[in-house]
Design a protein around this ligand. Structure first.
Ligand code: IMP
Length: 202
């Protein structure tokens, strides 16, 4: 589109989009733009479509963070997928992982013999994913792989094989595209860091 193309990628990265002005006052920097996310998801969707053709894929989204990713990614996968969700306890208002994972909502169905793709918003310490993978492996799926939109570089406390990764990012706290701080910012269509003052306001 002409009009949208007039806004360069660089401008798009630094100028708030006007998506939610009250929220965007708290944003320090946009790390990954809406367009970059969508382009990457289209690529991942094509790869997943190729990899799972002819199989019965179950997408398992990890709530709450992955709800936006699940909605977009699933529409870039051109296969008859099934979807389910698990909810795990998150950080609350704190920004550091505790390593303690509690399942708040489990899968609706037995997954024995199914091809599962676990859809995660972000791999930080990796402890949540590590716990979920162990838990799901115990249910004897035919296969179990992970798709994570973001992976923080170099700070995982456990070794994890994440087959599909959207972006590697520096180990900073980020919000947007499903990721929250104190339950806010999930509805921003991009990934951003917060201004230091934002942490004091809640
Ligand atoms: P991990 O167990 O340390 O890998 O963290 C897993 C969960 O913590 C993610 O699924 C997120 O819900 C949350 N989390 C980790 N890093 C961030 C962040 O930078 N922003 C928002 N939430 C995060």
């Amino acid at each position: 589109m002409e009009g949208r193309g007039a806004l360069s990628e660089i401008e798009e990265a630094v100028v708030p989009t006007g998506h939610a002005p009250e929220l965007e006052r708290e944003i320090e920097r946009v790390l990954i733009t809406e367009r970059e996310i969508q382009d990457k998801l289209r690529e991942l969707g094509e790869q997943i479509t190729r990899d799972y053709r002819g199989r019965e894929l179950l997408l398992v989204g990890v709530l709450k963070g992955a709800f936006v990713l699940m909605a977009d990614l699933s529409r870039y996968i051109h296969l008859p997928v099934e979807t389910d969700f698990m909810a795990v306890a998150s950080y609350g208002a704190a920004t550091k992982t505790s390593g303690v994972v509690r399942i708040l909502k489990d899968l609706d169905h037995d997954v024995e013999g199914q091809d599962i793709l676990l859809v995660e918003d972000i791999v930080d310490s990796g402890l949540t994913l590590n716990y979920l993978l162990k838990n799901l492996r115990g249910r004897r799926p035919a296969s179990l792989e992970v798709c994570a939109l973001l992976k923080k570089t170099g700070i995982q406390r456990v070794h994890l094989d994440v087959r599909y990764v959207g972006f590697e990012i520096p180990p900073e706290f980020v919000v947007g595209y499903g990721l929250d701080f104190a339950e806010k910012f999930r509805n921003l269509p991009y990934i951003a860091t917060l201004r230091p003052e934002a942490y004091g306001d809640v």
